[in-house]
Every structure is written in C-alpha cells, then in structure tokens.
Design a protein around this ligand. Structure first.
Ligand SMILES: [Zn+2]
Ligand SMILES: [Zn+2]
Length: 245
C-alpha cells in the first residue's frame, strides 16, 4: 500500500507549494524572500508538481485577474461561465496557457511584482520535461503498487497541480458557507480545513486578499498560515506587516 502513502504525501506537498509559493507569495505577495530563496522555491515547485508544474508568473497573474473580476465576464475561471468541475478546470487551463504564451495581453498592474523566471519555466513547462516526469511516475507505480486498482491514482499524480487548483476554484465558488457578503460567489468549503491547508476559506480570502491568515472564525484553522509563520520565525521569509492585520 506504499503507493497510497506516496499519493497522500504528494497531495499535501503539492497543496503546500501551491498555497505558500504560487498563491500567497507569487500572486498576493503576503511575504517576501531573497532572490536565492525564490529560486529554491521554483526548484521545489518543479520537484513537487513535476508533470503538472505551473509557472509562478502565469499562475500569479491569472489569480490577480481572478480577484479583480471574480465571477464576472473577465474572470479567467468561474463556474458561472463554465459550469462543473471539469468546465472550470478546462477554462482555467485555457486562460493560464494564454497568459503563459503571451497571447493574453496583461495590464502591468496585474503582473507587477509577480516573480518571473522565464527560462526555468520554459524548461519545466516543456512537453519533453513533462513526459519524463510521467515516465518516472509510471516507473514508480510499477515498483510500488501492489494491486492493479492502485494505478487509478496515476492520473491524480500526473495532473495534480491543475486538479487541485480547479477543485478550489470550482468548489469554493459553488458550495460552502459565507462569512462575508462579497461581490462574487466565493464560499468557505468546510469549517475545519485539514484537506486544503487553509485554501478552502475562500470567502474570507476574497474579502481580505492581503491577509496571510485565511481563517476568520474561532473554529477555522489555516495550517498554511502557520507554516509561513514558521518560515518567518526561521527568517527564511519576511512577512509583511499589512498581511498580519
Ligand atoms: Zn476565487
Ligand atoms: Zn487569492
């Protein structure tokens, strides 16, 4: 059953890198880090997301556009425009690639300060690199899977980054509870978020995108926030004052 353990660890590491680096750092700049540390995070993003690697520049820019136009015509991904989980996923993928290849012209205030390492992105994004990752995952499954049905997890491993992103973007704009009356359909998925490391408090986050802590009520717990505070205590990152209030 060691493949199940691998899938669980891989899932949480994927969420961690997506939440900490791509979302709260690249898109929102809730905290700062040195250029060297940023490059190390790029490398971890590559190692963890592997075949589903996402560019911090394209992700961060697309996410800022999402906040600016959430559930409106210009939203790059909204269940209102493309219903259902897979509808949201395909729309997000389309918007992401158009930003990545430069087809979508982005206003400078949407991309200002979003980290950009285009040569690394080009390497990690290439189909050759992605294919090598897929072959590696197949090799891993052949060696670790003790039963045929465990191979059903393989598509999750291969597409994890996009699958997780779409899960939040669809679910948290469709189902859940609201603490705030925002101009969009954002919702908090679950009261105790141990599945998404704090990313599921989406309504709280849409109301206060500059806040590092996505939890608001006493029973909400944002593990991603506490992890970043830990990195701050180790002086690996520097949390901006405005992100704490
Ligand atoms: Zn949203
Ligand atoms: Zn956000």
């Amino acid at each position: 059953m060691s493949i199940v353990l691998f899938v669980i660890i891989h899932w949480y590491l994927g969420l961690l890198i997506q939440s900490v680096f791509l979302h709260r750092y690249a898109a929102h700049k809730n905290f700062e880090m040195s250029p060297l540390c940023e490059k190390i995070f790029y490398f971890f993003t590559f190692l963890i997301l592997g075949s589903s690697y996402m560019s911090a520049y394209a992700f961060g820019t697309m996410h800022r556009i999402h906040h600016a136009y959430a559930d409106k015509e210009l939203d790059p991904h909204s269940p209102i425009k493309s219903p259902g989980y897979f509808g949201t996923l395909l729309q997000a993928r389309h918007s992401y690639f158009n930003i990545f290849i430069g087809k979508t012209k982005v206003d400078s205030f949407m991309s200002n300060g979003v980290p950009a390492w285009h040569s690394f992105d080009k390497f990690a994004h290439s189909w050759i690199t992605r294919s090598i990752w897929v072959l590696f995952y197949i090799f891993l499954y052949i060696n670790l899977a003790t039963s045929w049905w465990l191979f059903l997890f393989l598509p999750i491993t291969v597409g994890m980054g996009a699958l997780q992103g779409a899960l939040i973007n669809w679910w948290a704009h469709t189902y859940g509870y609201r603490n705030f009356n925002t101009n969009d359909n954002s919702k908090n998925l679950i009261a105790l978020d141990l599945l998404f490391l704090g990313e599921s408090y989406h309504n709280n986050h849409h109301k206060h995108p500059w806040k590092l802590n996505h939890a608001y009520k006493w029973y909400e717990f944002d593990l991603g926030y506490h992890f970043i505070r830990f990195l701050g205590a180790l002086r690996i990152v520097r949390i901006k004052k405005r992100a704490l209030f």
